[in-house]
Design a binder for this molecule. Sequence first.
Ligand SMILES: Cc1cc2nc3c(=O)[nH]c(=O)nc-3n(C[C@H](O)[C@H](O)[C@H](O)COP(=O)(O)OP(=O)(O)OC[C@H]3O[C@@H](n4cnc5c(N)ncnc54)[C@H](O)[C@@H]3O)c2cc1C
Length: 380
Amino acid sequence: MPIDFEFTDEQRMFREMIVDFAQNEIEPLVEEAEATQTFPKQLFPMLGEIGLLGISFPEEYGGVAQDKIMDCIFSEEMGRVNAGIAMCINAHTSLSMFPIYKFGSEEQKQKYLVPGIEGKIIGSLGITEPNAGSDARSIRTQAEKKGDRYVLNGTKTWITNGTMCDYAVVAAYTDKTKKGHGISIFIVDKGTPGFSVSGKMHKLGHRSADTSELIFEGCEVPEDSLLVGEGGFAGAMETLLGARITHAAKSVGIAQAAFEYALQYSKEREAFGRPISKFQAISFKLADMAVKIETARLMVYKAAWLYSNGKRCLKEASMAKLYSAEIVQSVATEALQVLGGYGYSVEYNAERYYRDARLASITEGTSEIQRIVISRELGI
Ligand SMILES: Cc1cc2nc3c(=O)[nH]c(=O)nc-3n(C[C@H](O)[C@H](O)[C@H](O)COP(=O)(O)OP(=O)(O)OC[C@H]3O[C@@H](n4cnc5c(N)ncnc54)[C@H](O)[C@@H]3O)c2cc1C
């Protein structure tokens, strides 16, 4: 079978539709969202209406049953328009709804997945805690069984969609004696007594993203809030592999935006009597940026293709995540350099891309963790 590196007509049309939506509906909201550090919540029902929150979910739940390639096209274009907005969308779809789709009971799917795909409710995923990030098994949140209820105590930090979510998918120990194997996952509704949210966390970049702490103090949830029982945590974490590929696509989108911005500027800005793009020092920079983006994009869509075809792709997903995270930072740094002093001004987008890019090697598994995964896959 020949290797085909071209997007299909359907994929191209899908991208065009998203670019259109991003330009007309999202771009006008970006400045205010960044300035006020507030996600424009009205986007969720709008995205739901046109099926963009259900790309990888089956039609029976209101999804459009497409593959990871389509999901990556969407994520790439969202990253290109605004990283913070892209992150909140990914947190809702890939991090909070996907585990419910994968492990939820029919009732849970009807309660959370169906309205979630419609954009009527928003979800978050709470794993990270003040003392446990990469080492998720070190979380301290506990869910103690009391009759037909569980009582949650603990704090989650850095939670995307934290303040605006309607429910949180939360990891907690139900048996502390079984390291790792004693972790279960719950769905906790906002408004449940004992579940509160800290104020917004202020960040270097991704300022339009909603980030906060989730606090559980004697928070009682019914038994049927359990999503994944003991022994299932590691397997549930493995399903976040798809989110890693989507995250990489988002990084490619941010890099593409930074590159386009610098390219345009380099053609307009003149120094020593000609556009700066005519200086080899600048044109080579742009050429190198384009090569890095192209390489990362190939890695992302290869991983997405493997994933969509049900092939093992742990190594490829981590490679795509790692590489995209590294190149988005170098591309954004170089883009800022192309703008010279203006690159340092908040009046120009280059500084936003530079700040946003920095997160890529931290979330969804740091670059160090990706290297551990890749090394393991190499048999080391
Ligand atoms: C803006 C933002 C949004 C986020 N959204 C969410 C969310 O929605 N839900 C959620 O649960 N979490 C979220 N997180 C948390 C994120 O997943 C963690 O920050 C990440 O997993 C790293 O954990 P940590 O920050 O505790 O760093 P640590 O795990 O403490 O790591 C610190 C450093 O040590 C390195 N390190 C750790 N272990 C090893 C090792 N074994 N070998 C080599 N190096 C190692 C790391 O790579 C890193 O460089 C978010 C974080 C941010 C900043």
